[in-house]
Every structure is written in C-alpha cells, then in structure tokens.
Design a protein around this ligand. Structure first.
Ligand code: GDU
Length: 300
C-alpha cells in the first residue's frame, strides 16, 4: 500500500515509518518539524535502507495537502501529529485533523488511522468521537487507536525517545547521571506499593499495531484500545530498570503532582481481540532499550 504518515518524524511516527517499510508498504512523510528534526529523517533512511519522500508543511494547509493528494494516490493516511494532551488545545487539534479528514474525503482516500493521545482528559475523548463522526460524514473509514502509556525506543538507540518528563526517561536520565534522583510523584495511590500504576507499551509495539490496522482490510471502523494488560507501578518500573541494567537508581517520594492523570478506565474493544496483533516487547525490553540510548548519548 502507498501510505502517507502525517507527523512521520516524531516519536511514534518515526518508529511507525520503519514498521510500515518493513511490512513492504511504501511511505511518504509529512511533517512540519515543529516537534521533530531533519536528523530523524536521515536516520530513517539509514535504518530502512530506503529513499523516503517527505514533505515539509503543516497539514492544516489544505491547499498543500490537496496538491499532495493529487500528485500521489495514497491508500491510507496515518495521523500521528498530535502532541501530548496538554500541549495543544483540543480546538487546534480538531481544526488540524478536520482539514486532513476533509481533504481525504474529497480526494477519495478511504482509510485514516489516528493515534489518540486520550490520556484521561474528557476533552480528548470528545475529540475522538468528533473525529470518528466527521470521518463517517466524509466517507472515510477511521480507525482510532488509543494506547496506554507509550515508552521505550528503537533498540539501535538512534531514533528519538518520547517526552523527557515521562517516567522511563527520567529513570534513564538518573541512570546516566544526567540527574541525581527520580522524584516519585505520590505513594498514596491504591496500588500494591502505593505508587501510581500504568500499562507501559513499547513504542515498536504501537508502531506494529498501526501497521496492522493500516494493512487489514477486514478491520471495522471504530476506536480500539492498545494495551498489554500488565499494570506496573512507579517503584516496579524503577526496580525493573535496576535489575535489567544492573545499577542502582536513587529515588525520593514526593507529593502527587496536580497534573498526574489517573490510569484510564476504558470499555473500548481491545485491538488484540480483533486482530492478530500482540505486544511483543516487555517492560524489561523498554528498560534495556532506553538504557542503551542513554549510554550512547553518554559516549557522545
Ligand atoms: O519523574 C517522574 C515522572 C513520572 N512519574 C509518575 O510515573 C507515572 C507515569 O508517568 P508517565 O509520564 O511515564 O506516563 P503518563 O501515562 O502519566 O503520561 C504519558 O501518557 C500521556 C497520555 O496518556 C501523555 O502522552 C504523557 O505525555 C506521557 O508521559 C505517573 O504516575 C507519573 O506521575 C513520577 O513519579 N516521576
């Protein structure tokens, strides 16, 4: 299939491009470089051994988008240009994705895969519904994937890692002596050790799920939950990192942060139930891969 990846140079986007190319799809990238770098593009070509056409513009620019869709016949568009939930207002996000859906509709592009950054914010759940309805209106089959907490990185250590504030990256920074200790936000949650729990998904498994949903003709339109089903507390994450990488991570429990989202309760259909996709990578893999990146950076 010929696939356009919007936001293809970002954290999830870059890993997704590699996964799509490995699965034999041909890939075009659109990225405005707002949250990514040209260096990532060079690394993608190096890691894949392929020439990847890429276009630098903002997809809210419908004229440029229409030109691109006229010049190439894409079978599917993958939208990965949503920054983290709190970074951009849902109005701006809505406007941008609306432009993409509209142009997909008028250009006859049948499939849109959207990676939600729902977190537990109501505004993001609302956005998912609006995207779904709007795609229906334009006759575009929308598959929305809502992942739990995305972590890890490419084992080559060459692609970008996620938010520097995410727990795994904080742990990695302490391990590589960039920071003194991990501050654990709260130990009064109703979990086994009192620290907050998440279901951590390796970014390569998320990329694989996106590739699966892009190539599957049988998958019905809808919103699906991507998860491993394994809940890990902050202290368990730190301990796993210590064991896997054979080092000690100093930490200190402080107050909960106001911004901390609770684990997401969901009644969405699980992506695992409707496809052959299964997460292949464990928490140990996440800890090992992040540590290898941090070690590479340390050598530079
Ligand atoms: O230094 C830290 C960093 C995080 N935490 C805690 O560790 C848990 C996991 O935090 P992450 O940031 O790794 O994961 P979240 O699920 O809270 O957030 C992640 O998923 C969100 C969407 O669900 C956004 O994408 C966000 O940017 C991304 O980090 C949270 O309870 C957090 O408070 C700490 O205790 N100390």
């Amino acid at each position: 299939m010929q696939v356009l990846v919007v936001g293809g140079l970002g954290y999830v986007g870059s890993h997704t491009c590699l996964s799509l190319l490995e699965a034999g799809h041909s890939v075009h990238i659109v990225d405005n470089l707002e949250n990514s770098s040209l260096e990532t593009f060079k690394l993608l070509e190096k890691l894949s051994g392929k020439t990847i056409p890429w276009h630098r513009f903002d997809v809210s620019d419908e004229i440029q988008l229409k030109h691109l869709f006229t010049a190439h016949s894409f079978d599917a568009v993958i939208y990965l240009a949503s920054p983290s939930p709190n970074k951009q207002s849902s109005d701006v996000k809505k406007q941008t994705i609306s432009s993409v859906i509209k142009v997909c509709g008028v250009s006859g592009i049948a499939k849109l895969v959207y990676l939600s950054s729902a977190g537990s914010l109501d505004s993001n759940f609302k956005l998912e519904n609006e995207i779904y309805q709007e795609a229906n209106t334009y006759g575009v089959k929308a598959i929305l994937l809502r992942p739990t907490t995305i972590s890890g990185c490419h084992p080559s250590g060459m692609l970008p890692i996620g938010s520097p504030y995410a727990l795994i990256n904080q742990v990695g920074s302490v391990a590589s002596n960039e920071e003194e200790k991990v501050r654990v936000f709260g130990a009064d949650y109703g979990t086994k050790d009192g620290t907050a729990a998440r279901d951590y998904l390796h970014v390569l498994d998320v990329a694989q799920a996106i590739t699966t949903s892009t190539g599957s003709f049988l998958l019905r339109r809808g919103t699906y939950q991507l998860s491993t089903g394994v809940s890990t507390t902050v202290l368990e994450m730190i301990n796993t990192y210590e064991v896997v990488n054979r080092l000690a991570i100093p930490c200190e429990v402080i107050e909960r942060t106001a911004a901390d989202a609770l684990g997401v309760e969901t009644d969405l259909q699980s992506f695992r139930e409707v496809t052959t996709w299964e997460p292949q990578r464990s928490l140990e893999d996440i800890c090992r891969d992040i540590h290898s990146v941090k070690s590479i950076y340390e050598l530079i």
